[in-house]
Design a binder for this molecule. Sequence first.
Ligand code: B12
Length: 486
Amino acid sequence: MKLLILNPISDIAIPGQRYRSVISFVPPIGIAYLAGALIQAGIDVDVEDQFASGNTNEYIADKIRRGKYEIIGISCLTPSISNIRRLVKLIREINPEIKIVLGNIHATVFPEEMLKDASGDIVVRGEGEYAFVEVVKAIRQKKKLQEVKGISFISDGKIVHNPDSDLTEDLDQIPYPAWQTFAFNLYKRYPMLGIYNEIILPIQASRGCTHSCIFCSQNIMYKKPRYRNSEKVLDEIEYMHEKYKTRFFGFNDAYFPFSVEHGLDFCKRLMKRGLHKKIRWITETRVNKVSLELLRKMRQAGLRLIMYGFEVGNQSILDSIRKQTTLKQAEDAMSYTRKAGVQSLGLFMLGLPQDTEETCRQTIDFAIRLSPDIAKFNITIPQPGSELYNSCKDSLINAKPEDFTSWSDWISPNGSIIYAPKNITREKLLYLQREAMFRYYINPKHISRLLLKRGFHVKDMYLGAKLIVGKYLKEILKFQSRTRTA
Ligand code: B12
């Protein structure tokens, strides 16, 4: 029984779209974990990451014809839904016998839609390792699907939702991600980090989050937070380093490390193994989970870049999104990070429900004051599965799946912004995002620091500057002239 797992491309990321030139592709660890569990169950798995490869649907159709797959699993993220519908139609034309299994967040939030409209056969809800293996076994042994937990499917024309699968309490029981099923050459360009020709291999030390920020859809997938044993995480890093000679690892946890104590202990264990001489790693964390001592230790232990979700520059907005951090903690975290000599990336959001033009400007000013090496200004997207989505979904009814595409300096293909808070127009929000990028990057102090500090390729810096000056300045001036004449 051969099985293919597909990670479809979203319309905006199709080759030729300028958007593609600014993305750094990361191999999806969720699919690697699925492949690991399936291979351990004796199932032969192929993976096609169309998002990273940019292969056409025709290419994939050909691969399916040649591959003689009986089951095709499709990873469903909202911006890719239009293309998923096209792919399912294509697969049905090739061989209507092929079983199509859908998973990931969009399928988990909208199982009925994915069975009816996208016409998949089965939806695996939530974490998929064990449920997917059970689905494949049930199909193989022609067993009733009613016995498989964590899935939804169509039976006699009716949609059936089986009870949720039991949560995997001990994450260290899950087989290692099967990275051998991925084409590493697709993932070797991180201009933002000055890393070229090397993959940053994802590693996961936990699932779920102790917090519930209104814009995040984490908790609908992972329910409760669970943590791996540090020695087991280090075993995996050592194993992957030996097997694939990978030097860079990226933690994709909600935040890592989980506390200052946990971080100090993790670094001590890593250095005891001498891994700090062999690898470098990047991570994302919360501003209230670091100290100067920890950041210094993490740097010694090979930390290459730390990302902070600073989000906004106004405390009452920060409280309104339930981030549970303070502006003071953000300032302290940045000063510790600079003192420890760790490269930093700051994530900021514009257009949250309580935002006004003034509070967005406070966020831009705050970003410039914090001055992380790299800053991303995201225009808020109410992602399905998040509380924010539930609170404003009625106003999004006409939105198309690809309109949920958000990348720091990009908006949906047709140029419209899907959501703006009551006090700001969509047009103004785009203007503020452009102003943020322009004021943040087109400043001599920042440019000189970027040039002096890291191995950025001047070509990529030129590309970034061309984008910001070429595209954004034009948009800013156009908007100003329009509002002046209005
Ligand atoms: C790492 C990451 C990336 C990486 C890797 C992408 C990937 N597909 O994993 C990169 C940087 C490439 C990326 C890109 C994008 N991302 Co992203 N990403 C994440 C992040 C931070 C972690 C995801 C992860 O690794 N989870 C851990 C693994 C173990 O879990 P998992 O992926 O959910 O997989 C499990 C289940 O979902 C399920 N499953 C998954 N796939 C399948 C398939 C089948 C057949 C089955 C049965 C089960 C199944 O089983 C897996 C194992 O348990 C999440 C935020 C978060 N913290 O969750 C955002 C997130 C998933 N990304 C998001 C988005 C929007 C995108 C982009 C569309 C952005 C854009 N504008 O283009 C692109 C699309 C890329 C693509 N099609 O792959 C949104 C999705 C929201 C939504 N409703 O769709 C999230 C939730 C962030 C957010 N803003 O809310 N992303």
